[in-house]
Design a protein around this ligand. Structure first.
Ligand SMILES: *Cc1c(COP(=O)(O)O)cnc(C)c1O
Length: 368
């Protein structure tokens, strides 16, 4: 029996993407499926996103793009993260659109395209203020000129950037970045380059800034039902969490008051009570920082917290003296009938993005 079960509701992913498509009526939707679809399983999540209406998929790493092609995905696909030693030939052959932030990467792509005899489709990444990927605006003209000089090998089809702080609606960096992006688009258009797609919005901007949708939006976390910004009517934008994480109670036993529990005895039973042992720990994705009364779980709808330290393979719950739970009962870590990924993020001092990547990354996924 597996220690932790991660099940993914592909129907929820499909419905979430349909909902995002409806919320961005003037733009196409690129479902971001990097990092194994935020822990939800790359191929299944990608297929569900396509079924929901995502005409584009986005990944960070070349191997993720190639895995999608190997699984039979033939739609528009953008890959944005690589160094000059990227496997450019394989990506170009596979019909993957490539992002370019520097002359070095452009050179690699041009050489690979000439070797494969196929023209590469490029999206110019512009650093509008995140200081991560992208060419800084002052470097843009030289990058464009170099790409135009190699137009036998590459074709600029897109321009994009990424927000630093879109999950704080109203933050002044959002409009500042959008202005820098628009100025960069003008520089591109001045050169007579006809862009197929201009794209800037992540989940937060897809939900809160329809004026910044441009031709394509790139939601990630919202695809998985975890909107990064609160919705005005409090309905989570009609998005449903797709991941469910469960374990089971391995042992239930009575212990007297005053017993130390788990390593370091950070918890002492305050009264005669019944303890429950869950066979999942930090090796399974439960953050060690979520011990000591923080990490939430639910058994039969009853919410409990992990007591004492999180161990490598186990955690302990104080079920209370009147507990009726039994060994074998299902323990819900994340689910509609238990805590949310956000509650886990609060318990562990992180964000729900890291929670789903972590739980999803460490366990086999079961379709639901
Ligand atoms: C991860 C990522 C996204 C999606 O971000 P969310 O906040 O999950 O919507 C979009 N674009 C780029 C470049 C990213 O790296």
């Amino acid at each position: 029996m597996s220690r932790l079960k991660v099940s993914v509701d592909h129907g929820a992913i499909e419905r979430n993407v349909s909902r995002l498509v409806a919320m961005a009526p003037t733009a196409a939707v690129m479902a971001v499926v990097k990092a194994d679809a935020y822990g939800h399983g790359l191929v299944g999540a990608a297929a569900a996103a396509r079924a929901g209406g995502a005409t584009w998929l986005g990944v960070a790493q070349p191997d993720e793009a190639l895995a999608l092609r190997a699984a039979g995905d033939t739609g528009r696909l953008l890959c944005w993260l690589y160094s000059p030693e990227l496997p450019a030939r394989g990506l170009i052959r596979a019909g993957v659109d490539l992002s370019v932030s520097s002359l070095e990467v452009l050179d690699t792509i041009v050489a690979a395209a000439r070797m494969s005899g196929e023209r590469a489709r490029l999206h110019v990444a512009i650093d509008t203020g995140l200081s991560r990927e992208g060419v800084r605006p002052e470097g843009l003209p030289a990058l464009l000129d170099a790409a135009l000089a190699a137009d036998d090998a590459v074709e600029i089809v897109g321009a994009w950037s990424h927000f630093a702080w879109a999950d704080r609606p109203g933050d002044p960096t959002i409009d500042r970045q959008a202005d820098i992006f628009r100025a960069a688009l003008a520089v591109i258009e001045e050169r007579g380059i006809a862009l197929e797609v201009r794209h800037l919005a992540n989940s937060a901007a897809t939900l809160t800034r329809p004026d910044l949708h441009f031709d394509l939006v790139r939601p990630g976390i919202a695809v998985y039902g975890l909107p990064p910004v609160p919705s005005p009517p409090g309905d989570d934008w009609g998005l449903e969490p797709a991941m469910r994480v469960t374990a089971s109670l391995a042992l239930v036993k009575d212990v007297p008051a005053g017993e130390g529990v788990s390593y370091g005895h950070e918890y002492t039973t305050p009264r005669d009570t019944r303890l429950g042992l869950v066979t999942a720990g930090y090796a399974d994705g439960i953050f060690r920082s979520a011990g000591a009364g923080r990490g939430p779980v639910a058994i039969g709808g009853r919410e409990l917290r992990i007591v004492g330290r999180v161990c490598m393979d186990q955690v302990v719950l104080d079920l209370g003296p009147e507990a009726t739970e039994r060994a074998g009962d299902e323990v819900v870590l994340i689910g509609a009938d238990g805590p949310s990924a956000r509650a886990w993020a609060a318990a562990a001092g992180t964000i729900d993005y890291e929670i789903v990547c972590r739980f999803g990354g460490l366990k086999e996924k079961h379709p639901a």
